[in-house]
Write a protein that binds this ligand. Sequence first.
Ligand code: MG
Length: 478
Amino acid sequence: MRANINRRQFIKALGLGAGALMLGGCAGRGKLNSGKSSSKKPNFVIIFCDDMGYGDLGCYGHPTIRTPNLDQMAAEGQKWTNFYVGASVCTPSRAALLTGRLPIRSGMCSDKRRVLFPDSASGLPQGEVTIAEGLKAKGYVTACVGKWHLGHLPQYLPTNNGFDSYFGIPYSNDMDRVGGDGRQAFLEPKTEYWNVPLMRDEEIVERPADQNTITKRYAEEGVKFIKKSKNKPFFLYLANSLPHVPLFVSENFRNKSLRGLYGDVIEEIDWGVGQILQTLRREGLAENTFVVFTSDNGPWLIFNEHGGSAGLLREGKGCTFEGGMREPCIMWWPGTIKPGVMNDMGATMDLYTTILTLAGTKVPDDRIVDGLDLSPALFGTGPSPRKVMFYYRGAKLYAARKGLYKAHFITKPAYGKGKEVRHNPPLLYHLGHDPSEKYNISKDHPEVIKDIQKEVALHLANLTPGEDQLARRIEKKG
Ligand code: MG
């Protein structure tokens, strides 16, 4: 069931056999350079958000949230409009990004508990190979800044998953609640209501974490890491812990956005992105650094104004409609990525395969990796290789997309007591004509349903679910 070599063996094997570079999709790219033409390995920066929706950025159509830095990043790079995450909630989504695999394979999803909690006893299994571990094997320096949520016990922290350093909170910013009244605590949040620890490497350095300044401090930490690492290839994973509720913002951004507190938070995140990109430019690193900006799952709609917006997509966090799993994604690498709007499909798992391939390191071949190399789409040499997307809720497959068609086999309200509904025939939507999933066309297209069912059968035939890592709790003493 588990991968049969552990990560250290994998890294060792790579270190010994460091050979052929596997830079893909670079031929015939006209004026664009690429990592291949440079003797230097490219740097990688992934900027993640928590619970930001498809419609929350200026460049994705939000009418009142200002995101000038992200808008510029999108204009200089690629703005993806069909980009997916591996799950509609935090922990499994992050596992998918960092391992390139659907969370069902690693066991980082569950029908019992949807994410990890402060009383969880487990985390990302040792046998998984993270992006950071793959890059370390090629001599990269690696830093994780921000929310982790793949296990808070020492053996599961970033420093045991390929990151040289860590600065951030180990799980969500609404956990360890110690104060405030019911839902009101979220609507008028005070940082002391949540006893969330802020960690440096494996030590707690502040508790409760001052969440008002946390976005600012993450950006500053990222800038510091880039400046310090500029003479080596580096990987920065900057995972903002906001705009997950409760919302917090530093003084410079408070009461500035027409969208209210949620807008203030996004505008501060945008500022942080500006700091990172400006640093890369000033240090002369921009043309050798691939930067990606996206989020872990859709907006948490049950928090009304404190949750974001999925724009024209249906629903949000916690469910398998598009609003739960399709995210804004901006890719930036001046002179290398072909600028434009990208309508092809991509997924966070593909970042894994793309980044490891660009770094000239091997994608593990002793297990199924779901990620695909997006190089052709990035460099303008061909379409994205991703044609199919599977939508899991916990350990169950709820829906599948092939091309522009999406079939829902099961649906369930994102939160609350609503029951699971099985659909036979499945609900079918054409996401090109009907991105909001309003008009079920299953009756008119039995052949499309059959085709998607064939993909699903193939997928399930090769699936070995990993052991549930989310259900186990720390045993209480006494
Ligand atoms: Mg999230």
